[in-house]
Write a protein of this length. Structure first.
Length: 499
């Protein structure tokens, strides 16, 4: 699907809509017209059909009614809107998974056996007029807008929606969370010489183009322009053609850098978003706990991580999302093969491979080992990609303790084609030494001695930094007492340079 411009027809009468459609008549008919609540309700009250008026001029319609109600009501309403000829429909994503799934099912049932195209289904995330303070203090959502948009985008994708409506600031976060094919429709678009009006999170058409938006919604800069056709053409050129203007490119780079800095400031953490989400996910799943725990080593730890708590389809799906994020963020080598050591590594590797393709468009070859070689069929220890010395293997494990499993993996690879083990991805690095007084942690020692990059999704230092005095669902898991206990533990069993 190519990029396109949506013109916001925010009028309150038939006459104003007719006037604008006549003014824009000389332009191409590629653009969509957005019919919002004001125009739609005006038509219902005064006896005209804005959807039909736009369609008769040869344009597609984005019916921007932002539906939200009980699932049955919304699914029936969406069906009516599709029947009316809407090419794009949106609902509030915070209406929940069942509500959105009902919309998908209702429209699919309505169009079954018909030649009509299915409308693009969008979830409304956080309104572009809403600030960080309003989201937290008035709505009660304890997340940054970017975090909330990404969370709702994932919910929309799970429901079977095609994309979301989000501000320019969240385009990259949505693409990272849901993949490049997941549609972003972006309001808050202004030319550099326009005012922001009531929008809080805005960008130029060229900047939205560079950031990867699929549709931009532009209202007043076109509809209130002295020459709407010229303004539309300018907007379309900036958004759909390759940006070569050096000033626009530099502005986009600055915009992206400001988003990064703003995200860090608002969240209070410089951690990548996937790490932040993993920490909260581990807490909610019961995998990460704080208290007093006796470890297998005999050490008394103030925290405990149990990957066995990720024990259902939903949690395993999310867990492999984070493995995929760690791989996408850290693996830059070529000729990569993802490898799952039997047994725990096999489902982790498989899930990570799928998520890498779905979310990042990265399709790595995969392989895993049997515990015992087969003497029939294809035989051997390795299932999947036939390994060669040219392959760089990235193994997926839950944890690394003494490094025994890494040695076993190297032996299997050496006996099965001679591929090199280059990296191991794990869920948590406890940053502990093998023996009290050692200068390096167990993982640092293994990495240096074996020449293997070990990539944790998170480290205990990152957990400590992120959770200290931060509320998760209204509860602080690491206050001053917990911080001192963990710091004391790490002072005894960690190293000064592990953080």
């Amino acid at each position: 699907m190519g990029k396109n411009v949506i013109i916001a027809c925010d009028f309150n009468s038939k006459e104003k809509l007719e006037s604008f459609l006549s003014q824009i008549e000389g332009a191409d008919s590629d653009f969509y017209c957005k019919v919002g609540m004001e125009l739609f309700d005006s038509g219902a009250l005064h006896g005209f059909n804005p959807v039909q008026m736009v369609k008769e001029r040869g344009h597609k319609v984005f019916l921007d009614l932002k539906l939200k109600d009980i699932p049955n009501t919304v699914s029936k309403t969406a069906k009516v809107l599709a029947e009316a000829g809407a090419d794009m429909i949106n609902v509030h994503a915070d209406g929940g998974l069942k509500m959105m799934q009902g919309v998908v099912q209702s429209i699919n049932a309505e169009l079954e056996g018909k030649e009509a195209d299915k409308p693009i289904l969008l979830g409304v995330t956080v309104l572009t007029s809403m600030s960080e303070d309003e989201l937290r203090n008035e709505i009660g959502v304890n997340k940054t807008p970017m975090e909330q948009v990404a969370s709702l985008a994932r919910l929309c994708k799970e429901a079977g929606f095609d994309g979301v409506v989000c501000s320019p600031e969240e385009i990259l976060a949505v693409k990272e969370a849901c993949g490049q094919d997941f549609i972003t429709v972006t309001p808050g678009i202004r030319f550099n010489d326009s005012t922001a009006d009531d929008q809080k999170r805005v960008a130029t058409p060229a900047c939205a183009n560079i950031m990867g938006s699929d549709f931009i919604v532009v209202g007043r800069p076109i509809t209130e322009a002295e020459n709407p056709i010229a303004s539309y053409n300018r907007c379309k050129k900036d958004f759909t053609e390759e940006v070569t203007d050096k000033e626009e490119i530099e502005n986009a780079k600055g915009y992206i850098e400001n988003i990064r800095k703003k995200s860090q400031k608002l969240s209070g953490s410089s951690l990548p978003e996937y790490k932040q989400e993993f920490i909260e996910f581990a807490i909610k799943a019961g995998a990460l706990k704080f208290g007093e725990f006796k470890l297998k080593s005999g050490r008394i730890s103030p925290y405990f991580f149990n990957a066995g708590c990720f024990a259902d389809g939903e949690s395993i799906s999310k867990l492999t999302d984070y493995y995929a994020g760690a791989i996408a963020q850290n693996i830059t080598m070529s000729n990569v093969v993802l490898y799952g050591p039997a047994y725990k590594g096999i489902p982790l590797m498989t899930g990570a491979a799928v998520k890498l393709y779905d979310k990042y468009g990265i399709s790595y070859p995969t392989a895993y080992n049997r515990k015992e070689a087969k003497d029939h069929g294809e035989g051997g220890l390795i299932v999947g990609t036939a390994l060669t010395p040219e392959h760089n293997v990235v193994a997926i494990e839950d944890v690394v303790t003494a490094g025994t499993a890494i040695g076993e993996t190297k032996e299997v690879l050496a006996a099965s084609g001679g591929a090199s083990l280059k990296a191991v991805v794990i869920s948590l690095d406890r940053c502990e030494v093998k023996t009290e007084g050692d200068a390096k942690t167990t993982i640092q020692t293994i990495s240096e001695q074996e020449g293997i990059q070990i990539i944790p999704i998170v480290t205990i230092y990152e957990i400590l930094d992120y959770l200290y005095n931060r509320k998760i669902d209204g509860k602080v898991y690491i206050g001053e007492n917990e911080r001192q206990a963990i710091a004391g533990y790490l002072a005894k069993y960690g190293t000064a340079d592990a953080s």
